[in-house]
Design a protein around this ligand. Structure first.
Ligand code: GRF
Length: 210
């Protein structure tokens, strides 16, 4: 059983999807801590309503690494194994990332390395891409850059707006984030350079074949 922290800044729909999957017994993990850098984040409210340990560490006006040290102190107090960034609108310092190598996950609403950074769905539309999607990856020192755990493609339709495209991608974000967290919590992967190799799932014990 792994201890997971979710860091968020806003709506929190990916946090809810992770929470649902954990509650359904699909991931060998416990969400031990939810951290928001914004007191008004709806995701923080959802976390309180679901009974999680949920704290706000306001980030406004605090220097990046000084802020990260406050967050890491809370993570260490809960013995956190994996950190899920779920719409956390702050860049992490190199120091933070070095504390948790290959232990911080992020979800990005595009097929990386296409359209990193902000407004990925709008970037895909403006580029005229026919396919975009979503990516869960480990966080490294570069933005939207570390080894990819799971991706899912989504077609761009001629009539799409940023809103309709974002909504269709979001459905799949809610599927692949729990899937990726399950893979890492089960330790069912190896990393070779940039490539994350997912090992096959064990056969169900009830078949008597495992
Ligand atoms: C998602 O689109 C995610 O891919 C991006 O930020 C958004 C967060 O949405 N990183 P939510 O707060 O999880 O609903």
């Amino acid at each position: 059983m792994k201890n997971v922290a979710v860091l968020l800044s806003g709506r929190g729909s990916n946090f809810l999807a992770l929470s649902d999957a954990v509650n359904a017994g699909k991931i060998p993990a416990r969400i031990a801590l939810v951290v928001s850098n914004r007191p008004e984040a709806p995701g923080l409210q959802h976390a309180v309503e679901r009974g999680y340990k949920a704290i706000c560490i306001p980030s406004r006006g605090i220097e990046r690494e000084a802020y990260d040290r406050l967050v890491v102190k809370e993570l260490q107090a809960e013995n956190i194994d994996f950190i899920c960034l779920a719409g956390f609108m702050r860049l992490l310092s190199g120091w933070f990332i070095s504390q948790y190598p290959h232990r911080i996950l992020n979800i990005h609403p595009a097929l990386l390395p296409a359209f990193p950074g902000m407004h990925a769905q709008e970037q895909a539309l403006e580029w005229g891409a026919k396919v975009t999607g979503c990516t869960v990856h480990f966080v490294d020192e570069q933005l939207d850059h570390g080894p990819i755990i799971v991706q899912y493609p989504v077609p761009v339709l001629d009539e799409d707006t940023e809103e309709t495209l974002s909504a269709r991608i979001l459905v799949h974000e809610h599927e692949i984030y729990p899937e990726a967290l399950r893979i890492v919590c089960e330790g069912r992967y190896t990393i070779e350079g940039r490539r994350l190799i997912v090992k096959p799932e064990p056969l169900p014990a009830e078949l008597g074949l495992g």
